[in-house]
Design a binder for this molecule. Structure first.
Ligand code: PEP
Ligand code: CO
Length: 446
């Protein structure tokens, strides 16, 4: 393979990229981003890699979640705190059920660029470029709004910095303190049964902390803060390249825009620009894999992206749908076993279960999402391998985007508070219920 540089991807075919009409502005913007301070540090990235290696051995469990696409407009205190709260609540429930530490990773602080199945959108005879996320263009349907604008990369970087700054302050200030879970209580709208179950778990944890403090004198001050990591799809390579650099006293380059970038399957071509970029960075990374993945492709991806077979470096996020997972996942596992590559298996039960209602609304059913997670757990249990985590699209607010769950959202309710610009998310009731059901399943198989 030829020599790698942060910009060596530029000589390869790049899928899902936009062509910027103003190349001079693009250069100026990416140069400016390269001068600004990074969003994350290499030691956080290496710490996460070690956590992911543990999860791949069954010593920890990964909870990854957040918006399908973050929007610049929703970069607000309520929206960020809401996502942090629901992830904290879910992780508490999962720790309690699985007796494993939970690694919390947001789809946050950079999830601004989206792959699209078609380059253009036509409405009433007018054809314009598709909306590709707030980093690239705007969702409104006019020529000006759909024109790719390099300035949005910089705006995205700034929004990511603001988001991360707020998360870090909350976490450092004690918001995530397990001794004060009331700080992160969310207003569960409808689902009284699961809210009560959650309260019971919180009480049980409080009680055992009190007991241990009384018996051992431990002050639990190290429980005041937690680790929280960020992730996004590394789709816009201009954005990623601009924040990729060497750091003192470490080998190689780090992509300092996020801890944990992932490659979507639409951009995972072996000879493509994304694989070229990702192979050269030291971050842990995920690859999204769907039913069209082949053994040869997957094997070559693992070889290209992790030739040293470093534990924790590669996570495979499978998203094949509730109907196919029992048939397809065992094949994936067998292929990877043959390569002897260490990988972390994470189930994304969202992207294989998207459907459109009779009224044309994109949605997902709670039951199918749960089914895909449970079927994946069954497969790993049967094969003696490790289900190391789950990946959700969710929000801390009580939107109505997915059907089902105990709060009883049906197709007719979807219009009430449907906000996502891309994929439907679990709301906070549905997300907590999902965590409780996964935790109770984990408790049974412990
Ligand atoms: C996503 O994670 O929002 C996404 C687009 O997923 P996938 O590439 O797996 O369809
Ligand atoms: Co999505």
């Amino acid at each position: 393979m030829s020599e790698w540089r942060p910009d060596s991807w530029q000589s390869k075919p790049a899928a899902q990229q936009v062509s910027y009409p103003d190349q001079e502005k693009l250069k100026a913007v990416t140069a400016e981003m390269g001068r600004l301070p990074p969003l994350v540090t290499s030691w956080e990235i290496e710490a996460l890699k070690a956590q992911l290696a543990k999860a791949s051995r069954g010593e920890a469990f990964v909870l990854q979640g957040g918006d399908c696409a973050e929007s610049f407009d929703e970069c607000s205190s309520a929206s960020i705190a809401g996502k942090l709260k629901i992830l904290l609540q879910m992780s508490l429930v999962l720790v309690h059920g699985s007796h494993r530490p939970v690694v919390r990773i947001g789809r946050i602080a950079g999830q601004y660029a989206k792959p699209r199945s078609t380059d253009f959108e036509t409405r009433e005879g007018v054809t314009l470029p598709a909306y590709r996320g707030d980093n690239v263009n705007r969702p409104g349907f006019s020529e000006a709004e759909r024109r790719p604008d390099p300035d949005l990369l910089l705006r995205g970087y700034e929004r990511a910095a603001l988001t991360l700054n707020f998360i870090r302050s909350l976490v450092d200030g004690g918001f995530a303190d397990i001794q004060h879970p009331e700080y992160w209580n969310t207003a569960f709208a409808k689902d009284a049964k699961h809210a009560a179950e959650y309260e019971r778990i919180v009480d049980a944890i409080r009680e055992s902390l009190r007991f241990t403090r009384a018996v051992t004198g431990t002050d639990f001050s190290d429980l005041r803060r937690i680790d929280f990591y960020t992730s996004h799809e590394g789709l816009s390579l201009h954005y990623e390249e601009a924040q990729t650099q060497r750091v003192p006293r470490r080998e190689g380059h780090y992509d300092l825009s996020t801890h944990f970038p992932w490659i979507g399957m639409r951009t995972a071509q072996l000879d493509g620009a994304h694989v070229e970029f990702f192979r050269g960075i030291r971050n842990p990374m995920a690859i999204k894999i769907g039913a069209a993945m082949t053994e040869e492709w997957l094997t070559q991806l693992l070889e290209a992206l992790n030739p040293q077979r470093e534990p924790g470096r590669i996570t495979l996020i499978h998203r094949v749908g509730a109907e196919k997972v029992s048939e397809v996942l065992p094949r994936f596992i067998e292929w990877v076993d043959r390569t002897k590559h260490p990988v972390l298996w994470v189930c994304d039960p969202m992207h294989g279960n998207t459907e459109t209602t009779a009224d044309g609304i994109k949605t997902r059913r709670f039951e199918k999402i749960l089914h895909e997670v449970e079927a994946a757990l069954d497969v790993h249990q049967r094969m003696g391998t490790v289900q190391g985590g789950v990946h959700f699209e969710l929000t801390g607010e009580n939107v109505t985007e997915c059907i089902g769950g105990a709060s009883g959202i049906d197709a007719a309710d979807l219009k009430r508070d449907y906000r996502t610009k891309v994929d439907p998310r679990l709301n906070c009731d549905q997300a907590l219920e999902m965590a409780l059901l996964i935790a109770s399943r984990a408790r049974r198989s412990r």
